[in-house]
Design a protein around this ligand. Sequence first.
Ligand code: HEC
Ligand code: HEC
Ligand code: HEC
Ligand code: HEC
Length: 466
Amino acid sequence: MINTKNFLASALLLGVTLLIVGCERPPIVSQQTGFRGTGMVEMDSELAKVKLVNANALPEASPKADPNGPTAGSLYKNVQVLGNQSVGEFTRTMVAMTQWVSPKEGCNFCHKAGEDFAADTQYTKVVARKMLSMTGKINADWGTHVGNTGVTCYTCHRGNNIPTEVWYSAADPGTVKGFTGWNYGQNTPVSANGYSSLPLDSLSSYLSNDGQVRIQGDHALPTLPKGPSGTGASIASTEWNYSLMMHMSNSLGVNCTFCHNSRAFSNWNESTPQRATAWHGLRMVRDINNGYMTPLESVFPDYRKGAAMGDVAKVGCSTCHQGASKPMLGASMLADYPELKKIDPTAAALTASAANPIVAALNVLGKIFFASGKADIDAAGNDAIKSAAKALAANNAAKLDISGFADSNGNQDQNAELAKKRAFAVRDALKAAGVAEDRINLKKPEFLVGAATVESRRVDLVGIGL
Ligand code: HEC
Ligand code: HEC
Ligand code: HEC
Ligand code: HEC
């Protein structure tokens, strides 16, 4: 028989133990970083420090390669971004990428066993090439954020195929049962908003779109530019801002006062130098997501994409920082891999060729954008249609896939209808420009609704066999 008294006592003991285990183990060390009374204090514990040091241990660098001798470009058949490296440096880069991204799978993660290394048959290789130019871009053009420390694939990947800290756009949760009106994506605790009731998709607004981060008024009844919620300087905009600030603080493992003086959040003169670094960081992250991650959308297989919106996994502050105020605690792996500085960040990484089915499938001839709720083609759209018609006229075997998209405003049925109407309008315009109907294939995209931005109000023209 169960003794109720003993049972209750052990349940209580278990409860207390769980409570204590859930807390940070003392002693907690606090360090004052600003004037007294401003609350500028960073909290830390010995245990947390040890954990951070262990999590940021660097893999051993391989012996340096000879930068002289014939270049990879002169020896190999299909090198588009690493052509300037010497053959020794190129081999060291391949070995390092394997160690950083696919230590378990080896070279075969990107190259098919028994096939020519020059073939681009695996999507992972096409992605890796774009990642190489992205890494080159960060190191060459974003010194305002990454300094001379720079980044390598390891900064984000740490031995994993996909970095552990990435984010996807969240579906619009719409109206909450029992309430009228939109809930501004609130009251859905997810890691992106620090498990709070703050908006759940602030990262789409700020880290891939350039949503207005400054929300504090400096005079009565301010009319600031519209915040991501579209309502100007309002409580709603402030909540979006705080959601982003939670992401930034959590990613770096710091308090708000690491960057702000608590008596003047807005004032740059009273902020720490780290706030300026963070300002550049925000712009860098937008550049990476728009310039490199999102364009890979059609290369990634569906199982790698976000369940809600079908977007690629994107980079946030945590992707590199992973709980440290400087990734890898400030150690520069780039210094050990000088050959990574030889990547041309502007190299055309995704060029189409017949021998390259994945990239050929990516042959987006043009994008036609639309006004909100409309399916009318404007002058820029007509130009895109003319040049697509010209490309088809020059190649009799080629065909065209067209797919319509809509943004998340409106309901599901309206959006599907609007996306279809846009695709029909483009088909009709192509026919009017002389393209035979049997060369046009209307293709319903799997995910036709995107974020509430102009990029989502579009029709894609994809050339097949061009
Ligand atoms: C994470 C993906 C990835 C891994 C892992 C990888 N490679 Fe590569 N490899 C690439 C990419 C991308 C290129 C093309 C680079 C460019 O376009 O500049 C390439 C090109 C090559 C080429 C040049 C082929 C040619 O003729 O064009 C050789 C050789 C090669 N890799 C060997 C290796 C070896 C050996 C390994 C294992 C030690 C390896 N790679 C691991 C992505 C990878
Ligand atoms: C700034 C962070 C960052 C850096 C630096 C970075 N990557 Fe990535 N990488 C990502 C993210 C985020 C994804 C996930 C994209 C997705 O799944 O939609 C990814 C995905 C990949 C994939 C696809 C893996 C799969 O299983 O689908 C490969 C291959 C890859 N990266 C290679 C590299 C290589 C090689 C380098 C260095 C030259 C590198 N990456 C540098 C962020 C980064
Ligand atoms: C890593 C540095 C950093 C941390 C940590 C940080 N912020 Fe910020 N904060 C910034 C930057 C940078 C901006 C301005 C961004 C811009 O202009 O694009 C900003 C803007 C703001 C603004 C808008 C100010 C204005 O002029 O309208 C507020 C309010 C704010 N942060 C509050 C917070 C709060 C609350 C926290 C903690 C939860 C926090 N921040 C944590 C860097 C930081
Ligand atoms: C591509 C990787 C990467 C991403 C993404 C990234 N950072 Fe950084 N960040 C770095 C590196 C590398 C350093 C160290 C630079 C140095 O040593 O000078 C750094 C330094 C910083 C610092 C200065 C810390 C100090 O102690 O001086 C701040 C603040 C910061 N990052 C904020 C951010 C914020 C906020 C974001 C997101 C908007 C972000 N970072 C995204 C790589 C990254």
